[in-house]
Design a protein around this ligand. Sequence first.
Ligand code: SAM
Length: 248
Amino acid sequence: MRFDIVTLFPELFAAHLEHGVTRRAFAGGAVQVQLWPLREHATDTYRRVDDRPFGGGPGMVLLAEPLERALSAVRAQRGEEAPVVHFTPAGRRLDQAAVREFARGPGAILLCGRYEGMDQRVIDRHVTHEISLGDYVLSGGELPALVLLDAVARLQEGVLPAPSHEQDSFSDGLLEGPAYSRPELLPDGRGVPEVLLSGHHARISQWRREQALALTARRRPDLIEAARTEGRLSPADEAFLSRLARGL
Ligand code: SAM
């Protein structure tokens, strides 16, 4: 799969692509990343890619023409249809279901906004997906692009040890419960739950499931409701949730 990223700041990507567990996906070619510096598609002497908004108002807007030229160059090199993603607070909130769809697809062309955003005519003509990271405003689309790349890369085969991401939050619609590591006992006396030291795999897995259910019920009851509606809760899950609701 291939991601083409149109950005004013290509240098923001290098560190992330070269470090951490996801670098296996990038270095191994499972996720190819091609950066397209927007300024290279400006045509005037000052390499101008932004200007004031028509109608007045603060800030600058990314110009349509350099963006259109960058998109044509990307498409000429890709030679195949690909989703075009625009990162914007007005987009659909990114979630694990959308990440999984991208992880199964051909990749995408990612358009990173800056300043007050980009000329709407580019969005109207080319964009197939508008994605938001959440209800807050960042200074550019580069961090959202990195977030999408990271989330997609870690789902590629061989990036994480086999079942690792299957236990992550949202994989089965629940939040993942707590984790502990050495030492068993901290100097101030805090230990770890007994069951995790028991070596009893069935009990450990039941405990983990119950921790995930309890955490999700407390923090994200909407996810419990969704799991219930979609038939993803077993009779044992329901029995545990009912005991939990009664404070037992
Ligand atoms: N004037 C825009 C608004 O009020 O919606 C915000 C522009 S923001 C300063 C610059 C760029 O950052 C946006 O064009 C977008 O690409 C990106 N951005 C900011 N917040 C974002 C978010 N929550 N999700 C995705 N992209 C975001």
